[in-house]
Design a protein around this ligand. Sequence first.
Ligand code: BES
Ligand code: MN
Ligand code: MN
Length: 462
Amino acid sequence: MKNIQSYISENKERFLNELIELLKIPSISADSAYKNDVLKTAEAIKISLEKVGCDTVEICKTDGYPIVYGEKTIDKNLPTILVYGHYDVQPPDPLELWTSPPFEPVIKKTDSHPDGAIYARGACDDKGQMYMHVKAMEFMTTTNQLPCNVKFMIEGEEEVGSANLSNFVKNNQEKLKNDVILISDTGMIANDVPSITTGLRGLSYVQVEVTGPNRDLHSGLYGGAVANPINILTKMIASLHDENNHITIPGFYDKVEELSKEERAEMAKAPFNLENYKKALDIDAVYGEEGYTTNERNSIRPTLDVNGIWGGYTGEGAKTVIASKAYAKISMRLVPHQDWEDITNLFKKHFESIAPKGVKVKVTPHHGGQGYVTPIDSIGYKAASKAYQDTFGKTPIPQRSGGSIPIVSLFEQELKSKTILMGFGLDSDAIHSPNEHFGVWNYLKGIETIPLFYKYFTELSK
Ligand code: BES
Ligand code: MN
Ligand code: MN
């Protein structure tokens, strides 16, 4: 596209500085102590959308954090692209593992990012990737190259389950009407191996609580005579996988989509180096479900993982005690056709049924969402593929991801449109971890590629 490279090189410093300002605001949706910062971020996004030429921008109130909505209509007969992203971020803890403070962005060089990467919570997930769309819009409006209509919907509750966005979508079908949804909130294989995400896993997230005696007990006086909730909980959790690492919940695999030999062979063509994978994580072996490769285990297969576990005494030194209660948070990643509410019920029924006498078990569902797969013969996918071809010089590989963006399946259900997932992050960018970062090269490459998607999508829609 005419001038995009020169536009980027002329404005590079400003593009980086604007993102850095946005990353300084700790918009942690999970922690109410940051409420004002989350709201402040929504304001900042609103102003940024106004500046890049949206006709109307509003902050739409919800029962939780607001949704920033903006649009620019140039011609009702042209296609409309709906851009979705999120301005909230994960909590940054454990803070002591960050090499620089999470809300004081700095650019550092890394092995994967020789041109430097911006270190900050939200740099990749998703402020940096969301802001690429704002800057791509700036390029198209200021150079008079916006080829179609555009709508922006940027939410502040993605990291906590998008509870209020569902209602917003259901109640605003007409307003959100579009021909394709475009999201940059995923990753790609490597900077020299571009890929487009064609699938996301579903999610069921639950908390379990095991209660034994009515109070904490002396572990000498009572030890051995009553059920210890922590012993029991860990035993129950261990029983959720068999010796082949299959999940033991009855009915769990009933609806799992089985891929054909051909599809699996196609998947196996994606470049992947097991030795480098192990080295990057400092592990001597990978681990997972028997009969599947690493790339299959983390994308087309469902999983069950403890995300946190606590109870009893964890402070300094020793305290001899049998806790009254033990807890765990468990996530199950789901694949197409598995319904997250069905799975949550199956889990609850099973977990309650395996509790031995002497303890009480409570299962509390948190949130969840359906998985998603998108075809590669749609206009949207073809437009994205052509855009990457131009900017990376290579045809991108379609690849299913293991992560979840639960709202995507709701978009399809309510708005009847397909989502194209043009992610520019790398797995090594440490999203949700200490030292999250986003490559400067990736940020600028995203800004360069997005306008081409607009161009090709409009052309192919004719
Ligand atoms: N952007 C991620 C999801 C993601 C990352 C998908 C990389 C594919 C590749 C998103 O912000 C996220 O973290 N989603 C949560 C689910 C949500 C309900 C909290 C997840 O996947 O754990
Ligand atoms: Mn995200
Ligand atoms: Mn996230």
